[in-house]
Write a protein that binds this ligand. Structure first.
Ligand SMILES: Nc1ncnc2c1ncn2[C@@H]1O[C@H](COP(=O)(O)OP(=O)(O)OP(=O)(O)O)[C@@H](O)[C@H]1O
Length: 249
């Protein structure tokens, strides 16, 4: 069976600048892929293209077999996407926004209420349910975005920095949530927090200047007595990949 996420030779150019350069990878059910790279490496651009929010210049992305450009509705039905930053519609309350998102997904009546309550429970938002999003702290706004991505319990999750702005307890909760969901889903998370990769990811891709420089399990990257931070620094500053990581790629 095909992987739930299939990215094939994806490239994005902004004028003469190539932000994402011929990126290919697949993610199977049960995998949590950590997407790493320095600022400006092309992580968010890749995730936006995968989520169907930005058209690629060339290449394709498929979610559960549906091309995100040719069959956007089928692809999005199976996708939960947490974009960078805060959710739109800042004047809406948390429940109002989640109910709106659930209606767009086709839920009505008690099923809609159950979906909203379930997503708020998973992300521990009950205490702020009636608060306008614009009055929430950064961490709570992030969790509203995450709740929106989880509403329909999709098989594919694409989460752009899911723990950004969260306090240590909340980071722990979100990592636990990702771990719990992992066996049933294909999950991609981007992060700058290297310890998060060891904590939740079964595989890591490091991207630099738009290109994949390594694709391997964190345990393979950390072999030979090197920390993930050392590996990240050497790969993104231009050194060749360690032999073990290349073999796994
Ligand atoms: N709409 C756009 N127009 C022009 N350039 C863009 C656009 N969006 C992104 N870029 C450029 O593409 C490159 C990759 O950006 P991207 O946001 O994907 O990086 P990133 O790896 O997510 O970085 P960060 O870790 O800082 O979030 C950057 O140089 C960025 O300035």
């Amino acid at each position: 069976m095909a992987a739930l996420i299939e990215i094939d030779h994806l490239t994005k150019r902004f004028g003469a600048f190539t932000a994402v350069d011929d990126v290919s990878f697949t993610v199977d059910r049960g995998e949590v892929l950590g997407f790493l790279g320095p600022n400006g490496a092309g992580k968010s651009t890749t995730m936006r293209m995968l989520a169907g929010f930005m058209p690629p210049t060339t290449g394709t992305a498929r979610i559960c077999g549906a091309d995100v450009v040719a069959r956007p509705v089928a692809a999005k039905r199976n996708l939960g996407f947490l974009p960078e930053g805060a959710p739109t519609y800042p004047e809406m309350t948390v429940t109002g926004f989640l109910a709106f998102a659930a209606r767009i997904r086709g839920y009505r009546g008690s099923e809609l209420d159950d979906r909203v309550a379930g997503a708020m429970h998973l992300t521990q938002l009950e205490g702020v349910r009636l608060q306008p999003i614009e009055t929430l702290s950064k961490g709570f706004k992030r969790r509203v975005g995450l709740a929106q991505a989880l509403l329909h319990d999709p098989p594919v999750l694409v989460l752009d920095e899911p723990t950004d702005g969260l306090d240590p307890n909340q980071k722990h909760e979100v990592r636990e949530l990702i771990r719990r969901m992992a066996p049933q889903k294909a999950i991609v998370i981007s992060t700058h927090i290297l310890e998060e990769v060891g904590a939740v990811c079964s595989r890591a891709i490091i991207i630099a200047r738009g290109r994949v420089v390594v694709d391997a399990p964190p345990s393979v990257l950390e072999r030979e007595g090197r920390s993930l931070e050392d590996v990240f620094r050497s790969l993104t500053l231009g050194e060749p990949a360690p032999a073990a990581a290349k073999e796994a790629a």
